[in-house]
Design a protein around this ligand. Structure first.
Ligand SMILES: [Zn+2]
Length: 407
């Protein structure tokens, strides 16, 4: 029998197949998948709770499931249930909702980001629990929704659910493992991320009489000037730690993504919209940076525009932000992960995760999981076949060493 046949008979394959088969694109409900995970863990001996929420008329759910003594020092394992869309990605060669393998890789939406990790984690927990019915430290699973939409699901948990849960049900765990696709690199940090639109509303008119209008594109260039100056200031704030974690860009940084404005060459542009993102290094605060930006735009541009005409001005719209995260490079869990996975803990992840939200509660997270970032969000998303079984073994050892043996 080939390895591929063995693999397809494994429990891990079955759980992965079920999870990939459920459409959990962020815009849709993830309730079925949440119930499946909660039920699986319940059958494995865990207590579990499904927390439902309604987002724009769609039912969303998070799962909390736990086992072990009601004591601090626990381990939290977390991942998001939602995936990015596959509609409008014409290059798919397989059905995104069907787990498939060609003997080298395993395909399906969410294989890398991050349903196979979820499957590995719950199957590993069942295996360890079957062999060891008492744990020294508790294990808590936290599965979230809408991670792909600026971490809104974990934000809701952190602000509304977990503080009470940690007071009444299970003491707050010390560390979290988040299995986003890192090629099994162990990332103790990542930057925060904010996106927003700057909208300049000027006053239109014919270009032959420029003084009758207020050109929104011209004013946008003043806005860009201000953001550039703030960006320059941010680039001075280099800390040795951020230099180690993010050698390619240790500081917070702005990026201009899309700009739209104006209608024709002989018209004064009445509006201009600029899509901006800001990556925030640990130690910087996105709110502070954005407040500085707002205040300067108000003082140097918007006030004068309103004096010209009250409907003119500069507006910030569609602001979404997730905080940065930084855990200690050296900690009992970082040493354990490093020993089991045989990788150093030295650099930050190039993307944001739910860990930024969890850190608001002082839970230190490490991001490490199967698959690579290049695969996430792509058509024909996949992970190498070796990552499939290795991932489960890693999580089994992590749970065994931390929760059963007690590090
Ligand atoms: Zn992800």
């Amino acid at each position: 029998m080939s390895t591929s046949d063995d693999m397809q008979k494994s429990e891990l394959w079955e759980v992965s197949r079920r999870l990939i088969g459920m459409d959990t694109v962020s815009a849709h409900s993830n309730l079925e998948a949440a119930e499946y995970l909660a039920h699986y863990l319940q059958e494995s001996g865990f207590e579990s709770r499904i927390l439902t929420d309604e987002v724009e008329g769609v039912k969303k759910a998070s799962v909390l499931a736990w086992f072990g003594p009601q004591e601090p020092g626990g381990l939290m394992i977390s991942g998001h249930i939602d995936t990015v869309p596959f509609d409008g990605q014409p290059d798919w060669k397989t059905n995104p909702l069907e787990l498939q393998t060609d003997g080298k890789r395993i395909y399906g939406r969410g294989t890398a980001d991050m349903k196979i990790f979820l499957a590995q984690a719950v199957v590993a927990a069942r295996q360890v629990h079957q062999q060891h019915s008492t744990f020294k430290h508790p294990l808590l699973f936290v599965f979230t929704y809408d991670e792909e939409i600026a971490g809104q699901g974990s934000g809701h948990l952190v602000h509304n659910i977990l503080p009470t849960f940690f007071k009444e049900t299970l003491p707050m765990p010390e560390y979290a493992l988040i299995g986003e696709p890192t090629d099994f690199n162990i990332f103790p940090a990542h930057k925060g991320f904010a996106t927003f639109d700057v909208v300049v509303r000027g006053k239109g008119g014919h270009s032959s009489v420029p003084k009758q209008g207020l050109n929104a594109i011209k004013k946008m260039s003043d806005v860009i000037q201000i953001i550039d100056e703030i960006d320059q200031e941010l680039q001075q704030r280099i800390t040795p730690e951020n230099l180690q974690l993010f050698p390619e860009c240790p500081t917070s940084a702005f990026n201009y993504g899309v700009i739209k404005g104006g209608l024709a060459t002989n018209m004064i542009a009445d509006t201009c919209r600029l899509n901006v993102s800001l990556r925030v290094s640990p130690g910087d605060n996105e709110e502070e940076i954005l407040n500085t930006m707002r205040a300067r735009i108000e003082q140097e541009i918007a006030r004068e525009m309103r004096a010209f005409s009250p409907e003119c001005g500069v507006f910030i719209e569609h602001l979404h932000a997730t905080p940065p995260m930084k855990s200690p490079l050296e900690s009992p869990i970082s040493h354990l992960l490093s020993r089991i996975i045989e990788k150093p803990v030295e650099h930050g992840a190039p993307y944001g995760t739910d860990a930024g939200q969890f850190q608001l509660l002082n839970i230190n997270s490490y991001v490490c999981g199967p698959g690579t970032l290049e695969q996430a969000h792509q058509p024909n998303e996949s992970i190498p076949i070796e990552h499939f079984l290795t991932g489960q073994k890693h999580v089994e050892r992590i749970i065994y060493e931390w929760c059963v043996k007690g590090v």
